[in-house]
Ligand binder design. Sequence first.
Ligand code: SF4
Length: 131
Amino acid sequence: MKQKIPAANVDDLSTWVKYKSSLCQECQGTCCSLPVEVRFSDLVRMGLADAFEADEPTKRIAKRLMKEGIVGHFNHKTEVFTLSRYSNDDCIYLNQKTRLCDIYTNRPDTCRNHPRIGPKPGFCAYKPKQY
Ligand code: SF4
C-alpha cells in the first residue's frame, strides 16, 4: 500500500516534505500561498510592464501596480515587488477552482525556482487536494 504523506503546515518548516515532482499533481498548490517576490524582468514576462519602462523610476511602476491590486508591497531599497494575495493567502494568479497557476508559462522566477530556492531548499509544504 502507498504510504500517505501527512499534510504540511506551510508556516512550520519542520513539517515540510522532501520535494519530488510527482507530489505536485496531488497538491493543493500550497507553495502558491507563500509571498511571491518579483523583479522588473518578471513583470515584463508577465505582461505587466513594458521593457521600455526600464528607464522609468521603478516606484512609479509599483504605484501603478499597487493601484491595480496586482502588487501588495514594494521594497524601495531592493526594488523588489511582492505580488498581492487573496484573503486566504493564495496568490492572485492561483485559479481558485483548479488550484493551478493561470500564468504558468510566464510565471515569475521565484515560482520557477521553488523549492530549489526558498524557505527550505529541496523541501515543500505538500498538502493533498481535498476532493
Ligand atoms: S504566479 Fe503562479 S506559480 Fe507563482 S505563486 Fe502565483 S499562482 Fe503560483
